[in-house]
Design a protein around this ligand. Structure first.
Ligand code: TA6
Length: 299
C-alpha cells in the first residue's frame, strides 16, 4: 500500500510514504539524502534509522510479533502512562498501553533536509479503564543526519495527571559484552536484579550479566561505545531525569519468545525516561515534552 501522506505541506513523494510493513501493519517509510528510517503507526514505534554511509542503529528482533495487542520487540517502544508493571494492577499491560495502540498521523513535513513524522493518540474510555485522567500525546520523530524523538503530553482533563514515560530504545551492538556506556559515573541507580537496591555507578556501565537499572536524577547524555561495530552512539536527553539500562542476558533473553536464541548479545537498551519518583505531574491544561537526540560517529 503506497498511500499519499496526510498533513504534509510538501510533495513528499519518495521522501516519505505510508506503506504496508510487517504483519500488514502500516508504517511511514522515510528515504532522504541523509538517512532512511521507518515508524509504524502501531505504537508510533520507530523500528529503523540508518544514516547514509552507516549501519542500522536500532536492534530489531527477528522473532518480534507484528500484531495488535503485542509490542514490537526492538526499535523504540514508547512506555506510557506507566513504566514496567502497573503497581496497582498486575493484569495491566507492562509499560502502559500506548505501545500497542494504533496512533494516527498528524503530519509528515520536511524540516530542512530532514523529515518529521508527527503522530498522536489520546485518552478514551478504554484507556480510562486502566488509568483515569485525560491526555493527548503527540510523538514527533525527525529523521535526518541525526534522529530526534519527542514525546509531548498535555493534560486535557480537569484533574491533575501523573504519568511515567520512557523511550525504550534497543540499540544494535556487535557484542554487548564488549560495549561500554559512558555518562552515568557516580549516579545512583535502583538495581531491579537485586530487589531494587540503591547502588552507585562506578565509571562506565558494562554488561556481564542480566542488567536492569534505573538511574536516578540524571539529565546527562549517554555515549554507547561499540568496539565491534567500531562506532559511538550519542544519546542526548531533554526534560528527562531518569535513564534505564537493560540487557536480559542469556536466561531472560532465551525466555522471551519474541527475542530468543542468542539475540540478547546484539542489543542493549538505553531508555530516556521519567519514571518512579521522577514521574511527571501535570495540572489541568499543562503540557510536558521529553526529547532525545541520537547521533552516531566512528569510534
Ligand atoms: O526497561 C527494562 C524493562 O523494564 C525490563 O525489566 C524488562 O521487562 C524490559 O523492560 C522489557 O519489557 P517488555 O514488557 O518489553 O518485555
Amino acid at each position: 500500500m503506497n498511500a499519499p501522506v496526510p498533513g504534509g505541506d510538501l510533495d513528499l513523494h519518495g521522501l516519505a510514504q505510508v506503506v504496508t510493513g510487517n504483519g500488514g501493519l502500516p508504517k511511514v517509510r522515510v528515504t532522504t539524502g541523509q538517512c532512511t528510517g521507518e515508524v509504524y503507526l502501531h505504537g508510533a514505534h520507530v523500528t529503523s534509522w540508518k544514516p547514509v554511509g552507516a549501519e542500522e542503529v536500532f536492534f530489531l528482533s527477528r522473532n518480534s510479533r507484528w500484531q495488535g495487542g503485542s509490542a514490537i520487540r526492538g526499535g523504540v517502544p514508547i512506555c506510557f502512562p506507566w513504566f514496567g508493571d502497573k503497581a496497582d494492577d498486575p493484569k495491566a499491560p507492562a509499560h502502559g498501553f500506548v505501545r500497542t495502540r494504533e496512533w494516527e498521523i498528524e503530519a509528515v513535513v520536511q524540516s530542512g533536509k530532514a523529515i518529521t513524522v508527527s503522530m498522536f493518540t489520546a485518552s478514551d474510555e478504554s484507556s480510562q479503564a486502566w488509568a483515569p485522567g485525560s491526555f493527548r500525546a503527540v510523538y514527533r520523530a525527525t529523521f535526518g543526519a541525526e534522529l530526534d524523538l519527542e514525546l509531548a503530553v498535555i493534560n486535557t482533563g480537569a484533574r491533575p495527571l501523573r504519568f511515567e514515560e520512557a523511550l525504550h530504545a534497543y540499540y544494535d551492538v556487535g557484542d554487548v559484552t564488549q560495549a561500554r556506556i559512558a555518562g552515568l559515573d557516580s549516579v545512583e541507580y535502583l538495581d531491579k536484579t537485586d530487589a531494587f537496591r540503591a547502588k552507585q555507578q562506578r565509571g562506565d556501565v558494562t554488561i556481564s550479566a542480566e542488567t536492569d537499572r534505573v538511574y536516578l536524577n540524571t539529565e546527562a547524555a549517554l555515549e554507547l561505545r561499540d568496539p565491534v561495530l567500531r562506532r559511538r552512539i550519542h544519546v542526548g536527553k531533554e526534560n528527562s531525569r531518569t535513564t534505564v539500562i537493560w540487557n536480559p542476558w542469556v536466561q531472560k533473553g532465551q525466555a522471551l519468545s519474541d527475542l530468543g536464541a542468542d539475540q540478547w548479545r546484539r542489543m542493549v537498551c538505553i531508555e530516556v525516561s521519567n519514571v518512579g519518583a521522577f514521574a511527571v505531574q501535570l495540572a489541568p491544561g499543562e503540557a510536558h515534552r521529553m526529547a532525545t537526540t541520537i547521533q552516531i560517529a566512528p569510534l
